[in-house]
Design a protein around this ligand. Sequence first.
Ligand code: PEP
Length: 255
Amino acid sequence: MNTAKRRTVIAGNWKMNFTPAEATSFINAVKPLVAGKDNCDIVFCAPYVTIAAAQAAAEGSNIHIGAENVHFAEKGAYTGEVSAKMLRAVGVDYVIVGHSERRQYFAETDYTVNLRTKAALAEGMKVILCLGEVKEQRLAGITNEVVAMQTKLDLADITAAELKNVIIAYEPVWAIGTGLTATPDQAEETIAVIRATLAEIYGEATAETVTIQYGGSMNEKNAAELLAKPDVDGGLIGGASLVPEKFAAIVDAAQ
Ligand code: PEP
């Protein structure tokens, strides 16, 4: 973990879990476990309807509450969607964009991921931009090409100044919610490809400043090994972010 140049970010993705009451109980339980753990930023990305309850429970703590997606239009006829301006209006400063479940089940593409990223950045939000290869691509030996292409398309027309608010989450799709984890070496190697692609676009000095997380069945048992890699700057965590003790153990591993 490179804490010298980059901020480590440990983020939970609650997905479609937790009512407002459950979110309140969860935050109240995790808060004391992560208090004072200032070597990393701590974020929970919540379903829209639980954001307010999670924020209220997290108030005054070192926990940030984010959203799980954002639409690219400012307003208009987009039934069911929520804009960056709306999220900002309720004090949300982090948002996940391009999660593989959004790409897989809701037909989001690199083009719309790029638009959503730009919309969130324009409102001054921090974006956790997810990308990663599917199993067939890893087996075909084209992981590096896939993540390089996604990096370029998802960040198209995003300036170096805007990039300061982008956190990239490298999430091999075959590892998400499957219990399979990339080995620390696989995570390190692929993150190095993403960083080299950032260097191509923005120059090496800027690329070195971008936080790149690993996500994919990170848990309390494997986090220390993954986070020990020099290019792994944190984690995006699904399943283990629903259990206070498991999530807190990952935060401990990042200290
Ligand atoms: C995720 O949802 O981004 C994720 C990595 O999930 P899990 O940790 O459950 O694999």
